[in-house]
Design a protein around this ligand. Sequence first.
Ligand SMILES: CC(C)(COP(=O)([O-])OP(=O)([O-])OC[C@H]1O[C@@H](n2cnc3c(N)ncnc32)[C@H](O)[C@@H]1OP(=O)([O-])[O-])[C@@H](O)C(=O)NCCC(=O)NCCSC(=O)C[C@@](C)(O)CC(=O)[O-]
Length: 310
Amino acid sequence: MSTANYPARVRLIDVGPRDGLQNEKQPVPAAVKIELVHRLQAAGLWEIEVTSYVSPKWVPQMADNHAVMAGITRQPGVRYSVLTPNLKGFEAALADRPDEIVVFGAASEAFSQKNINCSIAESIERFAPVVEAARKAGIAVRGAMSCTVGCPYEGDIAPERVGMLARLMKGIGVQRVDVADTIGVGTPLKVQRAIEATLAHYDIDHISGHFHDTYGQALANTLAALQMGVWNFQSSVAGLGGCPYAKGATGNVATEDVVYLLHGLGIDTGIDLEALADTGAWISERLGRPTGSRVGRALLAKRASAAERC
Ligand SMILES: CC(C)(COP(=O)([O-])OP(=O)([O-])OC[C@H]1O[C@@H](n2cnc3c(N)ncnc32)[C@H](O)[C@@H]1OP(=O)([O-])[O-])[C@@H](O)C(=O)NCCC(=O)NCCSC(=O)C[C@@](C)(O)CC(=O)[O-]
């Protein structure tokens, strides 16, 4: 099999500390979140989504954003991003010196209302001053585009809606965007259509794939995006996560599973898969449940059986 059509390297953004933990019902101490970030960077992750500056009434789990950002020991070359839905969030985040902020919109009107309490048009009006302020401060700006293939309230989302959102994001100066399958209903062709619609406004280097794994399609969707030349992806160690406003949706595709796929294709990630699997096992143990990564489970089982043979 030829790998000629795949990018030579891929950058993964681990969103576990934010997307992964935001929906966790039990309180997760800031010290655990900080250690998770440290373990991820030690495993070779170059981009980590650390927290969000959102209303603590809406998402209580992220109320410790300052403590987490203040507690991490930064590793040179690693990019630390945070979510900021409005100027209030941005101003709070600024003091914590993120490398990148993320404004988050949706291709679905209903999801926009449920998630950030405003319409798509209003969200862009809120984001515009955030983007301007971030760029003035020398902070990079990413735009998350939720529900690009399906919405828990509206069902299927047409690619035209994704194109419209990408155009609006571009219009206010967002530098790169995530094509997110928030509820994990996408299949490869649907995901490719959403990426194609985004390509009308962003080049391939400025598009990332963000796939949840509810229907077990996230790796297939990753492969479909890779075949189009996408080389930035978000994933979550141990497959942590879920969105509080997308009931029933499971976590992101597990970072371990994506790394195994990529390394199998001969694609460089810079990530140490064994160290990552240890991190997945560690955070799962803290949360009191097994890892959601199949690769993580397989590697741990392989190690255990090798240890028994010794
Ligand atoms: C966006 C808001 C804040 C609007 O919320 P709102 O209620 O419309 O805001 P408001 O301006 O009317 O303010 C109401 C109260 O919230 C406060 N407030 C206002 N802004 C902030 C802020 N930034 N930080 C802290 N507090 C804030 C504000 O000060 C006020 O406080 P009060 O006077 O009542 O005490 C709210 O809807 C919210 O926090 N939503 C949570 C959104 C969220 O975090 N969702 C999950 C992440 S998105 C996601 O997971 C998808 C993604 C990105 O992963 C990609 C994918 O998979 O699709």
